[in-house]
Design a protein around this ligand. Structure first.
Ligand code: GLA
Length: 679
């Protein structure tokens, strides 16, 4: 269980009492109880109200909020309030303000304008957190700590003086000598050689492409700089309350922060999921990928959906509403994919400020007439019924290897063609999502012993040791697939010479001589040998040579007609596939079907289109989730699965019917059913 004090699925949301007079707080807690809320994240943006000037703290109002929560049996995920600095602070200490690559300052007036490297920010944030920790350490409402909020969301790269100094310090620690830095950065190029550490700058506005390794190191440094803040707060909190779990809210596939490094430092992971209802079924697929990432970052325990919206957000050009039933469905989807908490932004809709048109559990009109509140209350009751799933985990035999360094590297300027790394990962994830095959996101260098299949699309930057790890995975019987522009550069963003993809050549049994990227809209033809089918490909065509691999498909046009486009190499006890081009979605799915079959990786159950199926497991319990994202009823044959529907108490076996947007959560009878077979 994530918090010893709250052995329940967390249900609640961001609570911002500073926006309301005290009589409203009393109504809030009454309504929270009515809605089944058991946890609120409180104080996230309270810094200005907790500290009116450097010397004065005003915790009394916050004490009253905490007491009121405790009296009403509602627990608090207490925020450290450091996400937005008060105006007095930057007036007194302008070094708190962040600066962009053009040298322009970010001013207060919105939020998150602080520089992560400002010593003043760090000093004042630490002072606040120390006081909060001491004051609430023993408070009966405290169940968890919520550090800061969505680090880097709006401001993720500071080029100010403090950041520049800190960047130099980070580089010194990493490279130790200027020679090593010059070598790694390739400064022989364009007269970039450095003779002193103080010559080095952050990659600021420049006439042309800044040094790529400098850019890459700056991204690593910034991710680490924000992480340092988080760890600083974590250490203060942990010292004061060793038993209280600590998290900060992630944002899923958020490029600026290498969450893999972050997750290790936290007690549980959490994230804020805002799929766009306007995107149809892509919305639930995209939420699923963020859920799977958040889960994979800390595989040994459940995670928390820290924020989502009840109805509609305010920050898209058009903010499409979640139709009735969608909030419930998407909340249960998070639980289906391993969450032990379903929370919202925010509890009560603001009357003023930039987010007044953002949905909330309590809308502007109040609760009496509100569809949203009715649904929230019903969901609160259902979430309570799902208590038995607490602590259970989603177990995957398939994984997508991804790395923030590869993401940053492939996204740099001056590449042969544009590769959208996040979209590429999403495309591969969607295959597994639609097939109802459980899938994790892993680092290519981590222990892959849990997996039978690893796919690694566009793994452009790959350290030799990570390539060796993938090779060992295949040698021991794993099935691996990678795609064009993988294994091209090392961790310093330098080409590994002698034929691409250097360190993966052996396992793939091929080498790539050159590539021919396609212009927008251009397609080529590819012929699959066995099936005798010719299909279209696009985006990129590797021109490659076999060194032991077998061609499964060949190009059917251009000067490279007849050369391999898709290959497989038997290696050790396993097999390594390579796709040198981009296939259309259905053709890729066919390729991946073959790859999964080879790896003996199977869906939890075969279900109709738009029905999501997952399984959570723990000692003594397995829970089958069926979620119908379609607008038509659907029937699912349960195979060998049978048990009790936790939401209705009824027994289910054989074939079950799901209403449009309907959900079943089946506590599976002990016995014969096994994940991946339904038998
Ligand atoms: C983020 C933030 C919240 C709020 C919501 C609005 O998730 O953490 O403070 O701004 O977005 O969607």
């Amino acid at each position: 269980m994530l918090s010893p004090k709250l052995p329940k699925i967390f249900y609640g949301g961001d609570y911002n009492p500073e926006q309301w007079p005290e009589p409203v707080w009393r109504e809030d807690v009454k309504l929270m109880r009515e809605a089944g809320v058991n946890l609120v994240s409180v104080g996230i943006f309270s810094w200005a109200r907790l500290q009116p000037n450097e010397k004065t703290y005003t915790f009394e109002w916050f004490d009253r909020v905490m007491d009121l929560l405790a009296e009403n049996g509602i627990l608090a995920c207490v925020a450290t309030a450091t996400a937005s600095t008060p105006a007095w602070m930057s007036k007194k200490y302008p070094d708190v303000l962040a600066v962009d690559a053009q040298g322009k300052t970010y001013y207060p007036g919105a939020r998150q304008h602080y520089s992560p490297c400002s010593p003043t920010y760090r000093r004042l944030a630490a002072a606040l957190v120390r006081r909060l920790a001491a004051r609430y350490a023993k408070h009966p409402a405290l169940a968890a700590w919520h550090i800061n909020n969505e680090y880097g969301c709006h401001m993720s790269a500071c080029h100010g003086e403090a950041s520049t100094r800190a960047f130099r310090g980070w580089l010194r620690k990493k490279y130790r000598s200027l020679e090593a830095l010059n070598e790694a950065w390739g400064t022989a190029f364009w007269s970039q050689h450095y003779y002193g550490w103080d010559e080095i700058l952050t990659p600021r506005r420049a006439p042309y492409h800044p040094n790529p390794t400098q850019q890459l190191d700056f991204r690593r440094f910034m991710s680490d700089a924000f992480l340092e803040l988080c760890v600083m707060e974590r250490d203060i909190l942990r010292a004061a309350t060793p038993a209280v779990p600590i998290t900060t809210n992630f944002m899923g596939f958020f490029e600026p922060l290498d969450y893999r490094r972050w997750a290790r430092e936290l007690d549980f992971t959490s994230w804020d999921s805002y799929p766009d209802p306007a995107t149809g079924h892509a919305a639930e697929a995209s939420a699923a990928s963020g859920h799977d990432l958040t889960r994979s970052l800390k595989k040994d325990r459940p995670w928390v959906l820290m924020e989502q919206v009840t109805s509609q957000v305010n920050w898209r050009p058009v903010n499409v509403l979640k139709r009735p039933g969608v909030m419930r469905l998407w909340s249960l989807q998070a639980i289906a994919r391993g969450a032990d908490g379903v929370m919202f932004f925010q509890w009560r809709a603001s009357l003023g400020g930039a987010e007044k048109f953002h949905g909330a559990l309590v809308p502007h009109a109040g609760t009496k007439q509100s569809r949203v509140f009715r649904e929230a209350k019903a969901l609160g009751a259902e979430v309570r019924m799902l208590g038995p799933v607490i602590g259970s985990l989603v177990r995957s035999r398939a994984a997508i290897a991804m790395d923030w360094n590869a993401w940053w590297g492939v996204g740099l300027d001056s590449r042969p063609g544009r590769i959208n790394y996040a979209a590429t990962l999403a495309e591969f994830h969607r295959y597994f999502f639609e097939r109802n095959i459980a899938v994790d996101f892993v680092h290519p260098g981590e222990d892959l012993g849990d997996y039978d299949l690893v796919v690694a699309p566009a793994l452009y930057l790959l350290a030799a040791k990570d390539a060796a790890n993938l090779e060992r995975f295949v040698a021991r019987g794993g099935v691996f697939l990678t795609t064009y522009f993988s294994g091209i550069v090392d961790e310093n963003e330098r080409i590994v010479p002698g034929g691409y993809p250097a360190d993966l050549r052996r396992v793939l049994g091929l080498w790539v001589e050159e590539w021919s990227p396609c212009v927008e809209g251009e397609t080529k033809r590819v012929r699959f040998a066995k099936e005798g089918r010719t299909v279209a490909c696009s985006h990129w065509c590797d021109v490659l040579h076999l060194e032991g691999a077998k061609a499964l498909a060949t190009y059917a046009e251009d000067f490279f007609a007849g050369t391999p486009a898709l290959t497989v190499n038997e290696f050790g006890r396993g097999a390594a596939y390579y796709a040198g081009t981009k296939f259309e979605t259905e053709d890729l799915a066919r390729v991946l079907d073959g790859v999964c079959e080879r790896a003996k990786v199977a869906p939890v159950l075969r279900a109709p289109k738009n029905v999501e199926v997952t399984l959570r497991e723990k000692d003594g319990g397995r829970f089958l989730f069926l979620l119908n994202h379609g607008v038509q009823p659907a029937s699912v044959a349960l195979g060998g699965f049978a048990g009790v529907d936790l939401l209705t108490g009824g027994r289910v076996r054989g074939t079950v019917k799901l209403e449009p947007l309907g959900v079943r959560v089946v506590a599976v009878d002990g016995g014969s059913a096994r994940a991946g077979t339904g038998e």
